[in-house]
Design a protein around this ligand. Sequence first.
Ligand SMILES: Cc1cc2nc3c(=O)[nH]c(=O)nc-3n(C[C@H](O)[C@H](O)[C@H](O)COP(=O)(O)O)c2cc1C
Length: 416
Amino acid sequence: MPHLFSPLTIKGVTLRNRIGMSPMTMYRSVDGKMDDYHVSYLGARAAGGFGLVFPEQIAITPDGRTTVSCAGIYDESQLEGLERVCSIISSMGGVPAIQLGHTGRKGSLVTPWEGGYMLPPDHPKGWQTKAPSAIAYGGDMPYAPEELTVEEIHDLYRSYARSAAWAVEVGFQWIEMHYAHGYLGSSFFSPISNHRTDEYGGSLENRARFHLEALDAVRAVLPERIPLTMRLGSDDLNPAGTQFDDSVVAIGWMKEHGLDLADLSFGGNTDDMHEMIFNQPRAFVERASRVRREVGIPVAASWNLGKPQNADDVIKDGLIDLVLLGRPALSNPHWPVWAARELGYDNPFGLVPEDWGWWLRNLRADQESIGFPAVSEETQGAPAAASVPTSGPKVATADVEPGASTLDGIPLHDAA
Ligand SMILES: Cc1cc2nc3c(=O)[nH]c(=O)nc-3n(C[C@H](O)[C@H](O)[C@H](O)COP(=O)(O)O)c2cc1C
């Protein structure tokens, strides 16, 4: 029976465990580039044991960013930073994943800490947004997008494909398309934001066309071994918006168009949500599990899965295939190690690079004083759940005799 620390293979890619760092926009790019900042924090999460590491939504066009400080993969000058990010993640044993995005009518914003509101199209740091229909999101995003022409929609497929090909070239091994959270793809699916009367609006088939044609365009440039996944705005939680039942049907079609895993999330096309599920543990797990069952496709979910027992249970119970962690990954780069200890798995330090794991195992200190929280009482003394396979990257070190090493001259004992 798979558990949180079992490997997961999709297409030709194997994750060392089923814990992914969910994509999180950092608003720390200049000219859409990634730099030392991204290399260091993403490398830390890979070194901390995450099997899959997403940087953040990375825009396929300049106007597909959320703010001018967001990352892109639309210009060759951005590739060097992305290559460094892939290199550090891979060298720490993680699989680098990219989330290709376009924010549609939810772009042209300022950063969250500046207020997160929308800038008008003529502002030097803003732009004219584009979307399926010329309907403003409203509230803090009052400026209406322009309706995309069919020709522009076809151009977007070319942008997705070019960005995906570049992504593989720089070392990403997992391609996700961001079609959730009210961004461009999600806004095509939702009747709230899509009022088109052509072949891209109206019926479910038409509202899913932007998904299927984009999947075709991207799959055509990907090597067969690379998984192609989508984060889907599967429910607007509003009777006028995206209905989950429709999403289940459309995901079945997407599977036929090369989708390898569905990452279920919320629609985000309106603030008027009639059900507030975000604070619930396992907010999207039941929905994801239904897709897994009815469509027969691997699924991932995020939202409130940061309690180790909860994360392990949703895998063990066969509900989802991959746990994605957002805020827990920000707060604890070693979340996988902590979770393995907390759950009573043997060999939690096998998750981190070999040399590092060696030190953490062997430091003559009680573990709380080296920064790991105490294992809860119920876990202590419980039989080991299973063993975490040693998966941290190997390093070339001279053989060290157990028990004969020192920490700056202080002898260390070798823990069992
Ligand atoms: C700072 C921050 C930035 C985020 N940026 C993105 C993003 O770029 N793309 C995306 O799909 N989700 C984004 N999210 C959502 C997360 O990926 C994740 O789905 C969400 O935080 C729920 O998971 P959690 O409960 O483990 O935090 C962001 C979340 C946070 C906290």
